[in-house]
Design a binder for this molecule. Structure first.
Ligand code: URP
Ligand code: ZN
Ligand code: ZN
Length: 464
């Protein structure tokens, strides 16, 4: 099967030129002007950007959490991702406390196999790591799971103490892998939560008011310090605020191997979304919470200056009616997380490129290339080059859509609300190609459950 994409404006993290792209089977085989080749199918991309498929390095499909399970599984979640122009996700497998991480990996393979419609990899969430289990980490790396996530938040659930953190970090550094950190002081936060509940403060907004930005900044500072001593590069996930960003910037300025992502929710939504008398604010109960709006300009600056490398979604949807309601009388019981995997590319293009904050190359870097480099997928993923996987998006930079659960062009996620309801965006993914196959065209799904492959990722290849 061959595919010719003609007349497009090819944009990668570094290039911007008009050319034709010839795809044979799953890979790009030729790029040039007015290519003289026969193809099984030709797509005219005149007036369109032709960009690498998005790489979202932070999703939670089919994740048991907060007494329920995230609403998108690998089939519905990856399909929605593809509609939005994302062709690779890196999801989080979980080690059950006291059990082998390899068992956890097996469970997540079972969840994804035969379901994922686009390619996917796994990080491993480590929930304990005694000395006699450390050998498993090298085995995970051999299996292509070359990054871990550990939590300073959620005591009693996913939280690990600093000793565990250090042990696992040291081994991860020896093995050439990367550690992702949920950096928030969960021990202190849980004390603040107890005080709030004792005072009868049970509404969703108290989720945000009990998680001060200083406690995120403290977690970022501490995890970086421990990682420096352990000798491992660290990637701060879902960084939400200026306070935390300052810690990343300071560490990078002194040469520490620190990387960080933020997410659309922290760039486009803010604390005011909790200002509802009813339970509506539960839609935005995620961790870290939405912050005061002024933080957003600091995050954009961090993205522009390179202190934040990537924009992921932390897609972890829970239905408002059936799942968020678990915390109707107590905000601490609201399942944490929100939807977004489908809307990331349009939101970032609109807020970044149309908004005059990012170049079009930076847009590609933040939504695709950087994550693929950090997580051992480059140059297979994250760029358009001869030999790369033909994960390509034909992106209309002029088309506008209003994001809404009622707009069939913007919502395919299996969740009963859209966090960006009513937001108008300019810039829409129109044709989405995954390893040479058109999986989305004219807002119709042409992919298949199981069409996505598990990606064995390489070791950490930095510094970048
Ligand atoms: O609220 C969130 N972020 N839920 C997903 C789990 C996590 O901490 O990333
Ligand atoms: Zn987290
Ligand atoms: Zn997450």
């Amino acid at each position: 099967m061959s595919l010719l994409i003609r007349n497009g404006r090819v944009v990668t993290a570094v290039d911007d030129y008009h050319a034709d792209i010839f795809v044979e089977d799953e890979t790009v085989s030729l790029i040039g002007r007015d290519l003289d080749v026969e193809a099984d199918r030709t797509i005219d991309a005149a007036g369109r950007l032709v960009i690498p498929g998005g790489v979202d390095p932070h999703t939670h499909m089919d994740m048991p959490f907060g007494g329920t399970t995230s609403a998108d599984d690998f089939e519905t979640g990856t399909r929605a991702a593809a509609f939005g122009g994302t062709t690779t996700i890196v999801d989080f497998a979980i080690q059950t406390k006291g059990h082998s991480t390899l068992e956890g990996l097996e469970t997540w393979h079972e969840k994804a196999a035969g379901k994922a419609g686009i390619d996917y990899g796994f990080h491993m969430i480590v929930t304990d790591m005694e000395d006699d289990r450390l050998w498993e980490m090298r085995r995970l790396a051999d299996e292509g799971v070359t990054s871990y996530k550990m939590f300073m938040a959620y005591p009693g659930v996913l939280y690990v103490d600093d000793g565990t953190l250090f042990r696992a970090m040291r081994k991860a550094g020896e093995d050439g892998t990367l550690v992702c950190m949920h950096a928030e002081n969960g021990i202190v936060i849980d004390e603040i939560v107890k005080i709030a509940l004792a005072e009868g403060k049970t509404a969703p907004k108290y989720h945000a008011l009990t998680r001060p930005t200083r406690m995120e900044a403290e977690g970022v500072h501490r995890s970086i310090a421990i990682a420096e001593v352990a000798g491992v590069p660290v990637y701060i996930v879902h960084l939400s605020c200026a306070d935390a960003l300052e810690q990343v910037t300071l560490a990078r300025d002194r040469g520490a191997q620190v990387f960080a992502e933020t997410c659309p929710q922290y760039l486009f939504l803010d604390l005011s979304h909790y200002d509802h008398d009813d339970f509506e604010g539960a839609k935005y109960v995620m961790t870290p919470p939405l912050r005061e709006k002024w933080n957003q300009e600091h995050l954009w600056r961090g993205l522009g200056f390179g202190d934040l490398q990537s924009i992921s979604t932390d897609h972890c949807p829970f239905c408002f009616k059936d799942q968020k309601v678990l915390g109707i009388d107590d905000f601490s019981k609201i399942p944490n997380g929100g939807p977004g995997v489908e809307n990331r590319m349009s939101l970032v293009y609109n807020g970044g490129v149309v908004g005059g904050r990012l170049s079009v190359n930076k847009f590609v870097e933040l939504t695709s290339t950087a994550a693929s480099k950090l997580f051992g997928l480059f140059p297979k993923k994250g760029t358009i080059a001869v030999g790369s996987d033909a994960d390509i998006v034909v992106f209309n930079p002029d088309r506008r859509e209003t994001i809404s659960i009622d707009n069939p062009h913007t919502h395919h996620m299996r969740v009963d609300y859209n966090a960006y309801e009513g937001t108008e965006v300019q810039g829409v993914s129109e044709i989405v190609i995954s390893r040479g196959r058109v999986v989305v065209e004219d807002n119709v799904w042409h992919g298949r459950a199981g069409g996505g492959n598990f990606l064995k990722r390489g070791l950490f290849g930095g510094p970048f």
